[in-house]
Design a protein around this ligand. Sequence first.
Ligand SMILES: [Zn+2]
Length: 62
Amino acid sequence: MPEGPLPVDPISGERPEPEPVEGCAQCARLAEGRDRAKYLRDWSFVTDFNIMIRQHPDHGNI
Ligand SMILES: [Zn+2]
């Protein structure tokens, strides 16, 4: 897959957010952190968490 910014979702005007993979402890932690970042309205932090969640294959198999 090519690296680079994802296209903007034409419906919401925002990039689609990656879903944490069920059963992956790392994804669960990242999703929790993302929620906290949203609560704090720290959008660059939210983006960081989204990037990490997208890298799920790097979390390794459980
Ligand atoms: Zn994961």
